[in-house]
Design a protein around this ligand. Structure first.
Ligand code: NAI
Ligand code: MG
Length: 511
């Protein structure tokens, strides 16, 4: 076959990328600075959702392995990691982030294969993830305790101490970014870590741990692979875990919090969302349609902050909907490894089935399917979990498609007539993670930001997060904030030292 006759199919392209990405790496758990084979000896597959083929296998850990990881973390907390000064710790984290930067292309490829997200997005997200890790390594240097004026004969001050061992549980939609949001502050604050990545996206977590060898002391960062009930649950109820941070479904968050309650372990929870994006009548509609589309189609809609409810003023509804549909139709769906692709498959069969089911629910509830809704095979050979970007119109805020987290590229367009109604729709939901407004009127934007019950309000944009801007939810969307300076405090406990001062009296030198 000559070069010109050769058209590479998605399947071949991926198989070659998988072979390259996994050639010299074994994806075992990582405990005490070395590869760890699960005590039960079992392994399980992680799959490439674009072609529905296995990538590799990882160790299937259980309670015994969690014990080993927690013990290693404890020993290192009491030993080498705990003994470092703040700036030595910061240096070690920055050195590690540097090593990860040198490997960012490999990490992005693994992330893309494991999740199905476009490689270009994975590259961007790996860079962002490292920004967060570096941010915490930097800000921890500037941290100070404080002194409390109590009385002349009392000297009181507060210091911040790490908890000890932090258990971090992460989902599959943004493995690198969501891991960095927890690892950065946990390590910078001085904790050691046991990290449990999602069972369907375990690859980058393994690599970043392997790449910590010789840079972070052994036992500082431990990774255990496996399923929620077999590894996540033992970690959440472990006596040796002093702090928990979880991102995932709200129902799982409830279970995690109950388990943590038994040991009175503090928890940070970053849970689901059903974020409203309000398009006011004065908005730049082309821009608003672009934002709405980014908000629900980026990462194939598998974002906790996705703009899954588009709340549009009746006077601009028709014009907006046309533009929104154009945006949906303009997505380039296909091979995540191709540069121009901006819309990949769903991350797993489970998500694919869930999205398919909600499309049926939407139709049965009487919403109008304005675009998409069907599964597709963009290259004709992939068998991957692709669905079309989907827009439902005439959605009532009480419908299940407007209330439940679909976690896929399914937008619900809901009409409103006046300001109060827009806010009422925005807030009539159990979640409160994020939200957005499109308007040219800044006074209106600030008023709406004040009235919306959500942890983030994006004005004329979607999704911008930088190290320093807090991210987290009101209501069922969680407890605590990530990405910001205050997050560091969530991985520390305050100690007050209260000293009674004697009357000054000079003591003679002991001879
Ligand atoms: P999940 O909440 O079950 O999984 C997230 C993480 O928690 C995974 O690492 C999992 O192994 C772990 N886990 C599961 N059960 C656990 C337990 N009992 N104790 C400790 N850890 C446990 O989410 P799943 O099943 O992957 O996705 C289901 C739905 O959840 C999605 O369709 C989506 O609606 C929502 N979701 C929301 C996310 C968000 O960022 N808000 C992220 C992932 C899922
Ligand atoms: Mg689950």
């Amino acid at each position: 076959m000559t070069q010109s006759q050769f058209t590479e199919t998605m399947r071949e392209n991926h198989q070659r990328a998988i072979d390259e990405a996994t050639a010299d790496v074994r994806f075992d758990a990582w405990i005490d600075g070395e590869a760890h084979t699960a005590a039960g000896g079992e392994r399980f597959e992680t799959r490439d959702p674009a072609i529905e083929k296995p990538i590799t296998t990882v160790s299937r850990c259980g309670e015994e392995d969690v014990d080993a990881a927690v013990n290693a973390a404890r020993e290192t907390f009491e030993g080498e990691w705990g003994e470092l000064t703040k700036s030595e710790r910061s240096d070690a984290i920055l050195d590690w982030a540097g090593v990860l930067r040198d490997h960012s292309e490999d990490l992005a490829l693994l992330e893309s294969l494991d999740t199905g997200k476009p490689l270009a997005n994975a590259e961007y997200e790996v860079g962002k993830a490292l920004d967060y890790i570096e941010y915490y390594a930097h800000i921890v240097r500037g941290e100070q305790g404080n002194q409390v004026p109590v009385a002349d004969d009392v000297h009181a001050y507060a210091t911040q101490e790490p908890y000890g061992v932090a258990g971090l549980i992460v989902p599959w939609n943004y493995p690198m970014i969501l891991t960095s949001w927890k690892l950065g502050p946990a390590l910078a604050a001085g904790n050691t870590v046991v990290l449990k990545p999602a069972e369907n996206t375990p690859l980058t977590a393994t690599r970043i741990a392997q790449l910590s060898e010789g840079v972070l002391p052994d036992g500082t960062l431990n990774v255990v692979h496996g399923f929620g009930d077999e590894v996540g649950a033992p970690l959440t109820r472990h006596e040796g875990v002093d702090k928990l941070s979880f991102t995932g479904e709200d129902r799982t968050g409830e279970v995690v919090m109950k388990a943590a309650a038994e040991q009175i372990t503090p928890v940070t929870l970053e849970l689901g969302g059903k974020s409203p994006f309000i398009v006011f009548p004065d908005a730049n509609l082309e821009q608003a349609a672009e934002i709405a589309a980014d908000g629900i189609f980026y990462n194939t809609g598998q974002s906790c902050d996705a703009f899954s409810r588009t709340v549009v003023h009746e006077s601009v509804h028709d014009e907006f909907l046309d533009l929104f549909v154009e945006e949906a139709a303009a997505r380039e769906i296909g091979d995540p490894l191709r540069d121009s692709t901006d819309f990949g498959p769903l991350a797993s069969e489970q998500q694919f089935e869930k999205v398919r089911e909600y499309v049926e629910v939407g139709k049965e509830e009487g919403a109008t399917l304005a675009y998409g809704g069907e599964p597709i095979d963009p290259a004709g050979d992939s068998e991957g979990w692709f669905v079309e970007p989907t827009i439902f119109d005439d959605v009532d805020n009480d419908m299940r498609i407007a209330q439940e987290e679909i976690f896929g590229p399914v937008a619900s367009v809901i009409g409103f007539e006046d300001y109060e109604e827009a806010i009422e729709i925005a807030n009539s939901i159990d979640f409160g993670l994020a939200s957005g407004v499109a308007t040219r009127d800044l006074s209106l934007a600030h008023q709406a930001a004040d009235d919306i019950d959500a942890g983030t309000v994006w004005v004329n944009q979607y999704g911008r997060l930088v190290p320093g801007t807090a991210f987290g939810g009101f209501k069922r969307s969680g407890i605590g904030r990530e990405c910001a300076k205050e997050t560091l405090e969530k991985y520390q406990q305050t100690k007050t030292v209260n000293v009674a001062l004697d009357d000054p009296e000079l003591r003679p030198r002991d001879e």
